[in-house]
Design a binder for this molecule. Structure first.
Ligand SMILES: [Fe+2]
Length: 199
């Protein structure tokens, strides 16, 4: 099940009040990218793509955590029966469905870690999972970024960026560009789009 677009926007605004930061606008940019790309794909629903993009980081509501934001988001969305969002809270950080590929601190309890591992084991990635992984890699908080610039920024902040993750993000960009028959930055109007808070 999915929340409506309006409910998803409300959930994000409410969550931002609990943990003020740039992650809300990053989520809006990811939602914009997901919706724009999905509009160009016959097999994807732009509304669903927008909602998933908007809520993929909703676990940040519960504070500044690294891997913990994945289990927080998953548990929160499942508690509201929004299982389609819960799934993306899990999959967005793992292009290859392996918890070891997480870039950042493993700051989860044993139970949370196990929740992530068992959740990932039960999933086969679908087109929405792949779309949100790509859009997460394109979304800055002030607008759409060049995917390589964004990965280099993460590399600077965390000290490393695994080559396998780098390659899989580049693969995703190429995959969706072939699917839509268009440059990804053109599809998301990179040069002009800026996020707006919907208050
Ligand atoms: Fe994100």
């Amino acid at each position: 099940m999915l929340p409506t677009r309006q409910e998803a926007e409300r959930l994000l605004l409410e969550a931002e009040k609990c943990n003020i930061g740039t992650w809300g606008d990053h989520s809006r940019v990811a939602a914009h990218c997901a919706e724009s790309i999905a509009k160009l794909c016959e097999d994807l629903d732009p509304e669903k793509a927008y909602i998933l993009g908007l809520l993929h980081d909703i676990g940040r509501k519960f504070g500044v955590r690294h891997l913990g934001h994945v289990s927080d988001g998953y548990s929160y969305m499942m508690s509201l029966s929004y299982d389609e969002v819960g799934r993306v809270c899990l999959t967005h950080s793992f292009n290859n469905l392996k918890v070891e590929e997480y870039i950042g601190n493993v700051d989860t309890s044993d139970e949370e870690y196990e929740l992530i591992v068992s959740g990932l084991a039960s999933i086969t990635l679908d087109e929405y999972d792949r779309l949100i992984q790509l859009c997460d890699a394109l979304a800055g908080s002030e607008g759409v970024l060049n995917i390589e610039d964004r990965m280099n920024d993460v590399k600077r902040r965390y000290g490393n960026f695994p080559q396998v993750k780098w390659d899989s993000n580049m693969w995703l960009k190429d995959y969706f560009e072939k699917k839509i028959g268009m440059d990804i930055y053109e599809a998301v109007d990179k040069d002009n789009y800026r996020p707006e808070r919907g208050e």
